[in-house]
Structure formats: C-alpha cells, structure tokens
Design a protein around this ligand. Sequence first.
Ligand SMILES: *Cc1c(COP(=O)(O)O)cnc(C)c1O
Length: 423
Amino acid sequence: MSDLAARDQAVIWHPFTQMQTAPLPIHILRGEGSILYGADGHEYLDMISSWWVNLHGHAHPYIAERISKQLQTLEHVIFAGFTHQPAVELAERLLTILPQSQAKVFYSDNGSTAVEVALKMAFQYWHNIGQPRRKVVALEGAYHGDTFGAMAVGGRSAFTAPFVPFLFDVEYLPAPIAGQEENVLQLAKELFTENIAAFIVEPLVQGSGGMVMYEPAILNELFAIARQKGALLIADEVMTGFGRTGQLFASYYLDIQPDLMCLSKGLTGGTMALGVTTCTQTIYDAFLSDDKLKTLFHGHSFTANPLACTAGLASLDLLLSDETQSHIQRIKKQQIGFAKQLSSHAKVENVRQLGTLLAFDLIAGEQTSYFNNIRDVAYNFLLQRGILMRPLGNVLYIMPPYCTTDDQLQYTYSQVLALLQEL
Ligand SMILES: *Cc1c(COP(=O)(O)O)cnc(C)c1O
C-alpha cells in the first residue's frame, strides 16, 4: 500500500464508491494530454475524459496560464451587486454559440446545480405569471445530477432508492430509442397537459443511463407536443455540450430550440467546477417586477468564480480553433470505423455512435445490471493495460479528450478487442 493511498483511506470518502470493498485509489501525480501518470510509474489513457469533463487534455498549458494570470488579478468576488470581466465575456461568448433562443446566463457551480436552477426557473416562471404548474416530464433512465431536484427528475434506480420518499413526483416517458418511437409519441400525447411545467431531457444521448442514443427526429416531435401544451423545454447538455456529439451542442441537431439549457463538465475544458443555466428572454422577463417576491432567490457562494469563468474562456478559445474542430472530426471518423468493426462482433450488441462518442453493450448473459461483475472484469482488464474506461454496467463507451491521437485510439481499440476475446 502506498503511503498516500493509506492516508487517503484513513480520511476520505470517495464518490460512487463502496468503501468496504473498493480497491485502493490510484495515486495520480500529473496529467498531460490524454495521459495520467501514476505514482507507481504506470500510465493511464483517460478514455472517459475524467468523468466526461476534459476536452483538451490534462494540465493544458494555455488554460493553466490564463487561470494563473487571473489568479493574480482577482480570485473571487461576490456576484450579487458586483461583476467582472471573465463572467461577462464568457456569457457573451456562450450566447453567440448557443441556439438563438437563449438570451440570459445564470452561473452556478456544477451540472447538478445548473439543473436545479433550470427547474427553479421553470416552476417559478409559472408561479410568477400566475398560472402555477406542478409537474415535470422526464425520460426513464435519465440522469440529471445527484442533488435532490436533479435526482427527482432522473430515472428511479438503485441509486435513488433510499431517497424516493423525498423526491417530488415526475411523469416519465420511455427513452425514445429506435423501435419505441410510436409508443413514446402515443404516451406523450396523453402525458402532456396544461399542468406540465417543463420537459427535461438529455438531448440525443442519455449519459449515465448507459449512453442510450436516440434520433433528433423523435425528440423534435416530442418537443413539439410538449410545447403545444406550453411546457418549457429544458435541454440538459451537461454531458452532450461542447462538441461531444460532433456539433457544438446536441441541440443543433434539432429544429425546435429549448427554452432552458444546462451546461457544465466541458464548460471549463474540465479544469474547474462551473455550471451555467441559460434561458429565453420570455422566461427572464417573467422575473422582472416591482414585486420583490418575483425575484429568482437562488445563488451560490462561488457563483461566476472568475478563475472558473477564465478557464471557460480559455477552453472556448481552444474548442473553437480550427485545430480542435478538425480533431473532433478526426476522432469521429475513427469512432465510426471502430463502430463498424464492432457491429459484427459476436460479443457485442447495440453499437451506437454519435460524434466523438462510441458505446456498445457487452453481451453479459443473464444479468446486465450495474452491479454485474462483467463491469469489474472489463474495468480491471483495461486498467491493467493502461486504459481508463469505466463501464456503466455492461455498457462500454469511449469518450476521449479531443487531443487524443489516432495511435492512442488504435491502442484503445486493440485492447477492447482483446477484452472481448477474454469474455
Ligand atoms: C454529470 C451530469 C450532471 C451532473 O453534473 P455534476 O457536475 O456531476 O453535478 C447533470 N446532467 C447530466 C446530463 C450529466 O451528465
């Protein structure tokens, strides 16, 4: 046991980790590009972008330099009654790249808070205009974060079981995957009524639910039905944003634009914690009043932290560069190629790919739950070969940082094939 792992075990409680049985955590000394360097001399290819946050590789020198300069100028300032350059500039730049429907930017700390804010904006919008609506529609298998509101609009699972009595009621539609479209449309027509405040989705890809993918056409139809009944459309692009799907935002695949959007993860290139909720002018206007009670009473201590906003600006510079845009197309091409190769593999099913994302199900026999040990077998097999991937149950996926080279991808693919051989 390394010294640090022992000290860790004495004092730390890790996320999503059964501390009694989990192996000791791996001590990472530093990162560069897509590689994490372990204290034991091992290297790990970060093929899940460190829980989907990293866009440009670890310890990117340009982002580091920008944050470092900002740190010497203004590290933080209260954001009620005060403002600063990085917050304003990041909001301006985000609004130029988001769908045109988006007009205002509200800052918070992470993806869950971005979702909480969107839900509060939606409920209070209806409250403020004097037509209270009480229900949200979400998709089965959805994941919107781990705080209570975000959990409430997520799918019910083993993860939420202890909290179910405390979660507000949500109406669910099945995810509109291929073959389910007609069924889901039918249900949607019954479900959307004048009492639905909002419809929240992870557009085109349900991440934590197992990288479940569905087509833009069916989401357009669902959005149309929801909007006809007045429901506000919330696009949770915390995972799909900033190029993962091959477009800057998954919403760009849609004809109908959302009313509210949630961003985090790639927002700072994965460097710092920052969340953003954006909304339409109509929603914003419903909070303008001489009546103080119509205020959005929400905020966090570190709202619009200047360092995080600066990281966001630096990440956007990199993301919008020709170089990164061509990397995204290059990675997409590689992923398409490997998807083709996998599609005829006997131990794989439901190969799905969108932009830089590739996912598939390992054929796991009887049990396919998250707790099935095929997950541990795959995780350990790949880790031992220097690849960090974290299967969701029997779902294996590759979500590389955009700086990942073709050689690194090919090595990953070869080890995935070796894993399949082993199963
Ligand atoms: C990760 C995620 C969240 C939660 O973000 P955190 O920063 O982990 O709180 C919300 N929505 C989606 C779609 C996510 O993938």
